[in-house]
Design a protein around this ligand. Sequence first.
Ligand code: UT7
Length: 325
Amino acid sequence: MKKVGFLGVGEYLPEKILTNQQLEKMVDTSDEWITTRTGIKERHLAASGEAASDLAFKAAQKALANANFKPADLELIIVATITGDMPTPSTAAILQNMLGAPKAACFDLSAACAGFVYGISVAQQFIASGTYKNALVVGAEVLSSITDWQDRNTCVLFGDGAGAVVLAEVKHGGIISTYLGCDGSKVDILNVPGGGSRNPATHTTVDAHQHFLKMSGNELFKIAVNTMTMAAQTVLKQAGLTFADVDLIIPHQANSRIIMAVAKKLGIPEEKVYLNIERCGNMSSASTVTALVEAVAEGKVKRGDIILLDAFGAGLVWGACIIKW
Ligand code: UT7
């Protein structure tokens, strides 16, 4: 099998920032509650009319420039998202046209907060098998479009953003191991109940706020900690490595308490954990990839380092990945 690695990375976070202090004026919450329970201080929000493809386009342009790669040469575009521009066509198709990448096969991937890890795993298979020479994988979300701004249980948690990577065959390093999983028996604890074929959009679904994210946060918390711990252990075992080999863990950014509980269970010291949740909140499929992009930009990921990506979200799904940078 061919080795598949990262040629370039890029991110885009919308200009508008919503702080905890501003949220205090919108719902019955406090900066103190949000900070201590989640680690979030502020989040970026897309401007009115700014869609997932707009964020994806800006992140993709940066990743392509970083890789010194022409869009016309792209053979595959995968956009991991739960907030695509429209139900059909795919946001990947819209992005293909924006970028000018007519050769690329395109599809969206729905694996919620594990979407980016699922995306690079799928792209890896296509490249390793020789079907395509390269792929652009994007995690892009406008979660503000499915956030109930009257529900304090959820509206303090989410943000908007996008991250992108260009993947191709590499001689050294690359993706060493991936582990994906799903437990479809717990759909009810995190979902958007309205707008799909089960419950199509009507005046009633709109009035009942059914087009917004619903979450049993407390129930999810323990499952998130246990599942992310298990996924990290499994992918490392598959790779034939131990936690002592890991230079940096880049987890999905749902809650800093979840992340630190996972690190503690794994015996990974805090300084080896990358966080951007304080500035970005939870951006679902955009969280892990933007954290990776920022860690690279800050020099926290160096050539030869072993990186562990570890994500968990609605499905319930999980995905972990070991990368040699
Ligand atoms: O990304 C996909 C995966 N997502 C996750 O894994 C999220 C997992 N869950 C969590 O991160 C946490 O459960 C939350 C941050 C969502 C909630 O934190 P918690 O410590 O589990 O709080 P809780 O839901 O048990 O609520 C504790 C209290 C409740 O009040 P009472 O019933 O004790 O009086 C809530 O009503 O906090 C209240 N509360 C708030 N208070 C102020 C809930 N939201 C807020 C708020 N501000 N925004």
